[in-house]
Design a protein around this ligand. Structure first.
Ligand SMILES: *[C@@H]1O[C@H](CO)[C@@H](O)[C@H](O)[C@H]1NC(C)=O
Ligand SMILES: *[C@@H]1O[C@H](CO)[C@@H](O)[C@H](O)[C@H]1NC(C)=O
Ligand SMILES: *[C@@H]1O[C@H](CO)[C@@H](O)[C@H](O)[C@H]1NC(C)=O
Ligand SMILES: *[C@@H]1O[C@H](CO)[C@@H](O)[C@H](O)[C@H]1NC(C)=O
Length: 438
């Protein structure tokens, strides 16, 4: 999470190209159906990728209460009723964790090559019931098991596929579709196959190491190295959301070598037109002094020089060092009155480091007017005085400036996490900290 957000910021610091024209022509006989109850960032990313390729997308269930996996089958089934006799192609996919990497023409071609009426995405791991494993046909190459997160078929056959669904909204759709597929009679009648080699669908679970970015002219897609395929749809199922976030920072053209970042200017919040200082968002700045640090008075000078109306800033200072009490006192004495409010706690108050940080954010939480909380450690040098405005103008829920150390590759940006949730270096880390991916 932190990774992608900070990447967005880094990208946001430079001007970027306006979103270009569509990447593909529209296909009238292809419809994308998805179920999403909430208009999340994930859905927006999915829609942006679909828009790039001119896919026709219909979102089912928006703003309904989420009751479980079965709900999506119910919604899909009732929507498909209207196409019961049609042969139009319909692709169903989850959307919070899914991105299109290619367009309708390629999708349709690959569907036809599969020589089936319904093609499901394939998984390398069997679930939800491991006992089903032995019932699966063996495969020479590729993933052997059905994944219900995405499938494509002709409308009339999808109608057959869903005809028997009568389960509760919290029932497992994965189990329902697996059982259909594992019944040899139904499998043949509904004419179902799996996309074993990820020609259409790439489920990332079990394949994270096989999928790499492939930069093309002004576009980016994913290559599956295990099967040497270029999947059309990338799905970050199970615990692969972070990997999907990484791929989605590029695919299909969020960032390319030719254009730089194409999404960084979306949804910005400008503070420029605000004439009256009173209308600036109220910000609480939490300042943390946890160890003896050089140049603390310079830190406060820079803080005081931030180009932002002081009447709209509240400052919370947690100082754990006796040695710095005089620096805090000098700042509060000289400038405290210029701010909306200033609160500080000293080393004698024996607050734990963690409590101090919680208290800082509470100062914002407990104030209905507070729109932003900005946390900064005293050893950080923010030498750009417009940084606070710049961050707010990015209009993200969480964002941080990229902080580096001169002449080293160290930064506060975590490009990736390992399986323990600790720091891992991402493939693009060095390019990012050297500001070559803006
Ligand atoms: C500060 O950051 C803003 C936004 O990135 C940039 O436009 C401006 O040039 C920077 N100012 C300085 C002095 O580097
Ligand atoms: C499945 O569909 C394909 C493509 O339409 C067709 O060629 C094939 O005969 C069908 N198979 C069965 C068993 O119906
Ligand atoms: C800022 O982001 C919020 C939440 O995504 C959005 O509703 C709003 O429209 C954005 N503001 C602007 C000015 O685009
Ligand atoms: C900010 O600090 C960096 C690193 O020391 C330096 O390269 C840059 O020129 C400084 N910018 C300003 C505006 O002082």
């Amino acid at each position: 999470m932190a990774g992608i957000i900070q990447l967005l910021l880094l990208l946001g610091l430079l001007p970027s190209m306006p979103p270009g024209a569509h990447c593909s022509d529209i296909e009238e006989n292809l419809l994308i159906l998805t179920v999403a109850t909430e208009d999340s960032d994930g859905l927006k990313r999915f829609q942006r990728s679909a828009q790039c390729f001119n896919y026709k997308v219909k979102v089912l269930g928006l703003n309904e209460e989420w009751r479980g996996e079965g709900q999506k089958v119910r919604l899909l089934k009732s929507d498909l009723d209207q196409y019961a006799d049609r042969e139009d192609l319909i692709l169903y996919t989850d959307s919070y964790d899914t991105i299109f990497a290619s367009g309708p023409a390629e999708l349709i071609k690959k569907f036809k090559q599969a020589k089936s009426k319904v093609v499901f995405s394939a998984e390398s791991v069997v679930y939800p019931d491991r006992r089903l494993e032995t019932k699966y046909p063996s495969v020479q190459e590729g993933k052997r098991f059905l994944g219900s997160g995405a499938f494509i078929g002709t409308a009339n056959y999808l109608h057959k596929l869903l005809a028997d669904w009568d389960d509760a909204d919290d029932a497992s759709s994965q189990l329902f579709f697996s059982n259909l597929f594992l019944d040899p009679v139904k499998r043949e009648k509904i004419n179902i196959t799996l996309d074993h080699r990820c020609r259409i669908f790439q489920n990332l679970h079990g394949s994270v190491g096989d999928v790499v970015l492939k930069f093309e002219n002004g576009r980016v897609r994913a290559r599956n190295l295990a099967y040497n395929t270029l999947p059309v749809l990338i799905h970050g199922n199970k615990a692969t959301k972070l990997q999907l976030n990484y791929l989605g920072n590029y695919i299909p053209r969020s960032w390319t070598f030719e254009t730089g970042c194409t999404v960084c200017d979306e949804g910005l919040r400008s503070l420029q037109g605000i004439k009256n200082e009173e209308y600036f968002p109220l910000v609480v700045i939490g300042v943390f002094i946890e160890q003896p640090t050089p140049f603390v008075s310079e830190f406060f000078k820079r803080l005081n020089n931030l180009q932002y109306p002081k009447k709209r800033i509240q400052v919370y200072i947690a100082n754990h060092e006796n040695h710095h009490e005089k620096h805090v006192a000098a700042f509060v004495g000289d400038h405290g009155a210029e701010y909306n409010a200033v609160k500080f706690i000293g080393p004698e108050e024996a607050t734990s480091l963690a409590d101090a940080r919680n208290n800082g954010i509470d100062m914002c939480r407990q104030n209905l007017e507070c729109e932003y909380y900005f946390s900064i450690d005293v050893q950080v040098v923010l030498n750009n005085s417009t940084v606070l405005r710049t961050l707010i103008e990015q209009n993200k829920s969480i964002i941080g400036p990229v902080i580096g150390r001169v002449d080293t590759l160290w930064s506060n940006f975590w490009g990736a996490l390992n399986s323990d949730g600790y720091y891992a270096r991402s493939e693009d880390y060095i390019d990012i900290v050297l500001r070559q991916r803006m």
